[in-house]
Design a protein around this ligand. Structure first.
Ligand SMILES: C[S@@+](CC[C@H](N)C(=O)[O-])C[C@H]1O[C@@H](n2cnc3c(N)ncnc32)[C@H](O)[C@@H]1O
Length: 269
């Protein structure tokens, strides 16, 4: 799809996951309809902005760990979302300028913005692929075509996307197929919304989302999310509220509250 074709496919009359998420993160890449649904959602569950920010901070800490401590030099980030301040390639390339990143999303607006903004270091590589999570074999094929060498350990990033797959068994199967294509020493970084801490308020807000948006989202229990990590060596401190995953020593205020989004990092043995 060219950028023109992508622009033509943009529908600004329905809310979209990537744009509402961008609104909660304080970004400007969203439309009136996204802001309306985003505000309706936060009317039921004001902490969604804390969840969104905590989730991005977890992404930063986990990618930094993979690049700095685990020596990972290539990343496959599926469900990219709208570019924000610290995207996977910026975090990884700040540690290792030669890091190679493939982003995958199936939203036309994400495509347009990502092509314009997700440019990395000259030593490394950043590619954007228009593909669907439900077609893991296609994603692997495209990611390995030019940018990634999938015989080498790879960081697989699945942040706030598996909740868009309603059937848990299907989501687990997608994760397994993706991991099966990666060698030993690869990592999975994942986090999604849960329903253990804020129960009814978060569920009610999700009900508003699901009544308005074409792509539903499903909160899960941590033991359900744990199925994505089966067969992996889960790093300390395990699957935890994502702001409790190796918090930075200078974390303060909101950053220290437990959020209803659990995250973990697992290593393929
Ligand atoms: C809530 S956003 C999360 C963005 C980013 N991963 C983060 O955590 O900040 C979900 C993203 O997943 C993308 N997405 C949802 N379903 C998808 C699918 N089946 N295939 C590819 N991308 C998908 C959406 O377009 C959106 O960009």
């Amino acid at each position: 799809m060219t950028d023109n074709e992508a622009s033509a496919k943009l529908d600004t009359s329905i809310p979209h996951s990537a744009r509402v998420w961008n609104y909660w993160l304080g970004g400007k890449d969203n439309f009136e309809v996204d802001r309306q649904v985003g505000d309706q959602f936060s009317g039921f569950y004001p902490d969604i902005t804390v969840v969104a920010r905590s989730s991005r901070a977890f992404l930063k800490r986990s990618i930094t760990y993979l690049a700095q401590e685990a020596g990972i030099r290539q990343f496959l980030d599926i469900g990219t979302g709208m570019p924000t301040a610290e995207n996977t390639h910026q975090v990884a390339q700040a540690v290792a300028p030669d890091a190679r990143i493939v982003y995958v999303d199936n939203d036309p607006l994400v495509l347009v913005h990502a092509r314009a903004l997700l440019t990395g270091t000259p030593e490394g590589a950043t590619e954007y692929i228009d593909a669907d999570l439900h077609e893991p074999a296609d994603i692997i094929k495209a990611a390995g075509r030019t940018t990634l060498d999938l015989s080498q350990p790879t960081g697989l990033i699945l942040m706030n996307i598996l909740g868009h797959v309603p059937n848990l068994d299907e989501a687990v199967s997608i994760v397994r197929q993706l991991l099966a294509a990666l060698p030993s020493g690869s990592y999975l970084v994942t986090a999604d919304g849960t329903n253990v801490l804020d129960g009814p308020a978060f569920e009610e807000a999700i009900g508003v989302w699901n009544a308005n948006a074409p792509l539903s989202y499903h909160l899960r229990r941590p033991e359900e999310l744990a199925r994505f990590l089966e067969g992996l060596e889960v790093l300390e401190p395990g699957l935890v509220p994502c702001n409790k995953w190796r918090p930075s020593p200078d974390a303060a205020g909101d950053d220290l509250r437990e959020v209803d989004e659990f995250g973990a990092v697992g290593r393929k043995p």
